[in-house]
Design a protein around this ligand. Sequence first.
Ligand SMILES: Cc1cc2nc3c(=O)[nH]c(=O)nc-3n(C[C@H](O)[C@H](O)[C@H](O)COP(=O)(O)O)c2cc1C
Length: 176
Amino acid sequence: MTLNDIALHRRSIRRYNGQPVTQDELLTLIRFAQEAPSWKNQQTSRYHVVTRPDTLAATRACLGGSNPQKTEGVGAIIVTSFKHDIVGHTHGQPDNEAGNGWGWYDLGLQNAYLLLKAAELDIDTLVIGIRHADQLRHLLAIPDDETIGAVIAVGHRIEDAQRPPRKELAEIATFH
Ligand SMILES: Cc1cc2nc3c(=O)[nH]c(=O)nc-3n(C[C@H](O)[C@H](O)[C@H](O)COP(=O)(O)O)c2cc1C
């Protein structure tokens, strides 16, 4: 698959078939995500990977809205986070107005790499922003110096999903 094929094959999948995802596969995704650029190569992104059935069920219960139902049958859930007050900071002070926004930025970049690698391996994903961070922190003993970001469900699709339409280029890009 070309990069274009991979990007188009990746879809947010909300129905999973129960097929497991192996630890080797998960490590492959994370290893690839590490190739993403990061602020001063600080690499503050972290992955809390859940595969044990009982912990998987408990993690799904920490998701909001209809996300617990959408993640039925996933093989793994990755709670992503970053060590805060490092990226975008010098001696504890923010370098500019974005501050920890740069930590979010680095985490998002790494996560995008992870999603694309998964798509290449025919592994499906759903990025989840509607989740209860405090409950996840407690369940997985995520340290207080980490800000919890998106949760990524990982598994295998039951059926293909439609590609939601994208905006016109003229709306999102200006040339100067
Ligand atoms: C930061 C972020 C948070 C998201 N949160 C949710 C969510 O809580 N539940 C959900 O079903 N989809 C969630 N999505 C998936 C988006 O709805 C989806 O990416 C968008 O509709 C485009 O569809 P596509 O991923 O198939 O291209 C989230 C995506 C991102 C990037």
